[in-house]
Write a new protein. Structure first.
Length: 281
């Protein structure tokens, strides 16, 4: 599954209209056997054009083909802006009447290139789409597949859907039993996926929370070898024992602000939600 969903395409495809196409019509019939030229992957983009005796285009319209039944296409009209004819200088979205013999062809619009560029930028900015929250419409989201570790549980998350709470900040997380959890506060027992805000039945902002990489040492020079006795309050880890020492955590604004180990205390500094440093007091 890809967050960039391409249009169906076949090379060098042109058909001719078998019947007139009126300006408000949402289906068009092409000549016999020409419907099968375009394949079965929908939606498909196409351009309908009418030419004069000198071969000059006098009418042009982009459409989206959503279904094909034999030689009849179901279409959405004036789908992209274009030059309405060869004399036009300004892009526009217009519908026209077309006549028998007018052509419906496959071209590559600039919007496909823009979507490819946007997908590449998104991949660079937000990483791949494994364990990622993607909108599906209205307040719906899907969480994509990937390998997950929650505490000491490792599993493959197969994919899932969920409906967000409206007019709220939604913390989207994964639980150890492979369930999508949505709460109004972050819960450190679960894997963070995204923070999504909603308003009036729509998603207004998505911040992906997936970590790009995890590694290195946790705690002292050799790292923790044994962690036990974890204590949570209101979904936040407040203390645990590691290598026979007790660690106590204090929070501010939902983030760890201070860690104490015996007589030592460490203050955590952030820039936004990004960890900057820890300093021993």
């Amino acid at each position: 599954m890809s967050r960039y969903r391409n249009y169906g395409m076949e090379n060098n495809v042109t058909s001719e209209l078998y019947a007139p196409l009126w300006v408000l019509a949402t289906s068009v019939q092409v000549n016999q056997w020409q419907g099968q030229k375009r394949g079965t992957k929908f939606p498909i983009l196409a351009t309908i054009e009418s030419f004069d005796a000198q071969g000059k285009c006098i009418k042009r319209e982009w459409v989206k083909i959503t279904a094909i039944n034999g030689d009849v296409f179901t279409i959405e009209r004036k789908f992209f802006s274009c030059l309405a004819n060869d004399e036009a200088n300004v892009q526009g979205r217009l519908s026209f009447d077309f006549v028998i013999g007018d052509r419906i062809s496959m071209y590559i619009p600039k919007e496909i290139i823009e979507r490819l560029n946007n997908a590449i930028d998104d991949l660079y900015d937000n990483g791949n789409e494994r364990i990622k929250a993607l909108p599906t419409g209205w307040l719906g989201i899907e969480v994509t597949t990937g390998n997950v570790r929650v505490g000491n549980q490792e599993f493959y998350f197969p994919w899932g859907q969920k409906v967000l709470n409206d007019n709220a900040t939604n913390y989207v997380m994964l639980r150890g039993d492979s369930q999508i959890i949505i709460e109004s506060e972050r819960n450190q027992k679960y894997v963070k996926v995204a923070t999504i805000t909603t308003q009036n039945g729509a998603i207004t902002d998505i911040k992906q929370r997936k970590i790009d990489a995890v590694g290195g040492e946790l705690g002292g020079g050799w790292g923790f070898k044994k962690i036990s006795d974890c204590v949570y309050k209101s979904g936040l880890l407040v203390s645990f024992i590691a290598d026979w020492e007790q660690f106590n955590l204090k929070y501010q604004g939902g983030r760890v602000k201070e860690i104490s180990v015996g007589e030592k205390k460490y203050t955590i500094t952030y820039a936004g939600w990004r960890f900057v440093s820890s300093q021993e007091n």
